[in-house]
Design a binder for this molecule. Structure first.
Ligand code: NOJ
Ligand code: CA
Length: 557
């Protein structure tokens, strides 16, 4: 990474899902003036960057990840003037503004697609991916992420178009130089408007195998199969490099790629600085995979592997949450008996790691999953598709609903809980998605008053990171504890060491004496409400961060 890109290492990024953050005009939908109204919340937390999930014109088939006007603002969210105000207010407060960039696909209501679909010979014909029918059917057996075939027939052209996500999200054809130029000039336009960076959506799929072979993977219950040769093709990396050369490098803007990268090598391909692609990456793992495979041991091993791979020439996005995952305290912690300590513990673990921390709205107050009582109440197309597939595979409606309650992306999309009123202070109208009734207990207003709240723990962690080079830049070592659910680590620079212990279980676990010998002043504890750390035995989900007494923490197991 060039020295002038070093600023990205000091970011603490807060993600806003605008639809669910704050509604300023009572229509039940969060909007830009609502964000502006609440900007002090970000300032008070101490974050210095804001990532806005898409706010562009969109028919909202996938809540803004289907864009019908890249240089316009979604009507429900406000106007370009509102966006300008938000940008200026962020910059006045020292908050960088990061936009979501969705360029793998557009909406089928984008004028480009409307023209492209109208005939074979039109000037935008090649902006999307069109193929002739094969034996009167779709060109191959590929499944789309949101269910059914990845191909949709258009009679005007007597052809199918490719859509990896919903049929209202046709994939753009990056093989067209003219399309690439359109995209690049659109990104430049946003850079000129003062954007500080981009989170770049679903970017592993830009290049398609032109022959579109059938997938050899086992079919899903509806008969279609996910492609086995789509993610991370060399052609995709070439497009990303071209985008980097053209825009990102000369403009010194932050880039965060959302990638499909199941292995550390694949991840490195996007973020190793020598390859000149992205500054950091958000690897996407489907919620059900995460729920079924997650363990503290796996987490630690994955962190260590990517740390080793990138410590010389790369960087990490650190997150437990975003708008595509269930709530972190419900997934990795405990949202009942140990709700508060486990919410703090997850924050303390994440913020004790190297890399740029991401905080997803509501995480800072420990918001939890919300079990909706009927599948009809779920808005997310992904949840609807998973439910259909599970029913087709023979699951009972009750069991399929239970699965949706666990893994639905709507868990993260329920409105932000500002206060204890019925709609959580999110709207004076009817909220577009149900507000979690636990807003009576879990809300910003209550936690601002309370010195021992989850919210205050986040504030302390952010302040700590800002003032502590060991946390922002220090080398990582994991220390041997002998137990997979007790993770000990150190972060060291030449002048400073921190030690952190994290009990990933509901059992009491003792910190080995040999490790405690290096522990000095206590900086933070997840049990601060009851007087803080009183070890050496750690209580359920107890996290403690110490200043180190001496030199570097040593070995990794
Ligand atoms: C990833 C986004 O985070 C997700 O919300 C969206 O559904 C897909 N990409 C398609 O754009
Ligand atoms: Ca509104």
């Amino acid at each position: 990474m060039t020295a002038e890109k070093d600023w990205i290492k000091d970011l603490i990024i807060y993600q806003i899902y605008p639809r669910s953050f704050c509604d300023s005009n009572g229509d039940g939908i969060g909007d830009l003036p609502g964000i502006l109204e609440k900007l002090e919340h970000l300032e008070e937390l101490g974050v210095n960057a804001l990532w806005l999930s898409p706010v562009y014109r969109s028919p909202n088939d996938d809540n803004g990840y289907d864009i019908s006007g890249y240089q316009e603002i979604m009507e429900e969210f406000g106007t370009m003037e509102d966006w300008n105000h938000l940008r200026d207010a962020c910059h006045q407060k020292g908050i960088r503004l990061i936009m979501d960039l969705v360029v793998n696909h557009s909406s089928d209501e984008h004028p480009w697609f409307e023209e492209s679909r109208s005939s074979k010979g039109n000037p935008k014909s090649e902006y999307y991916i069109w193929r002739d029918p094969v034996n009167g059917k779709a060109p191959n057996n590929w499944a789309s992420v949101f269910g059914g075939s990845a191909w949709e027939y258009v009679p005007q052209r007597d052809q199918y178009y490719f859509h990896y996500f919903s049929k209202k999200q046709p994939d753009l054809n990056w093989a067209s130089p003219q399309l690439r130029e359109e995209i690049f000039s659109m990104i430049e336009w946003w850079v000129d408007k003062g954007v500080d960076g981009f989170r770049i959506d679903a970017i592993s799929y830009l290049d398609k195998p032109q022959d579109f072979p059938d997938s050899s993977l086992p079919p899903l219950p509806d008969g279609y199969a996910f492609p086995d040769c789509l993610a991370g093709r060399p052609g995709t990396h070439a497009y990303i490099q071209e985008m980097n050369r053209r825009i990102y490098a000369p403009c010194n803007v932050l880039t965060v790629g959302e990638v499909s990268a199941p292995t550390t090598d694949e991840l490195s391909n996007y973020v190793n600085t020598n390859r000149e692609e992205f500054d950091m990456a958000i690897p996407f793992v489907p919620p059900m995979v995460e729920i079924d495979t997650w363990s503290p041991e796996k987490l630690k091993n994955d962190i260590w592997e990517s740390y080793q791979a990138l410590k010389e020439s790369g960087w990490w996005a650190r997150f437990f949450s975003n708008h595509d995952k269930p709530r972190q305290v419900s997934l990795y912690g405990d949202d009942s008996q140990y709700w508060e300590v486990s919410a703090k513990f997850l924050a303390m673990f994440l913020h004790s790691l190297p890399g740029t921390p991401f905080i997803y709205q509501g995480e800072e107050i420990g918001m939890t999953n919300l079990k909706l009582s009927s599948i009809k109440d779920y808005n997310d197309p992904d949840t609807q598709n998973r439910y259909r597939q599970l029913i087709l595979s023979g699951l009972s409606p009750e069991a399929a609903l239970a699965r949706a309650q666990l893994e639905s992306r709507d868990n993260a999309r329920t409105p932000m809980q500002w206060d204890s009123s019925a709609n959580g202070g999110f709207t004076t109208g009817q909220p577009w998605l149900k507000v979690n009734p636990n807003t009576v207990k879990i809300n910003v207003a209550a936690q601002r008053q309370d010195p021992h709240s989850v919210y205050q723990c986040y504030r302390k962690l952010i302040a700590l990171r800002k003032g502590c080079s060991a946390l922002s830049r220090g080398a990582l070592s994991f220390l041997e504890t002998g137990k997979a659910t007790l993770i000990a680590l150190s972060r060291s620079t030449e002048t400073e060491t921190l030690l952190a212990f994290h009990n990933f279980s509901q059992e009491h676990q003792e910190i080995p004496t040999a490790l405690l010998e290096h522990a000095g002043e206590i900086l933070l504890s997840s049990y601060d409400r009851v007087g803080g750390y009183c070890g050496p035995t750690l209580r359920p989900y107890e996290s403690v961060i110490f200043r180190g007494k001496d030199g570097t923490g040593t070995q990794h197991n």
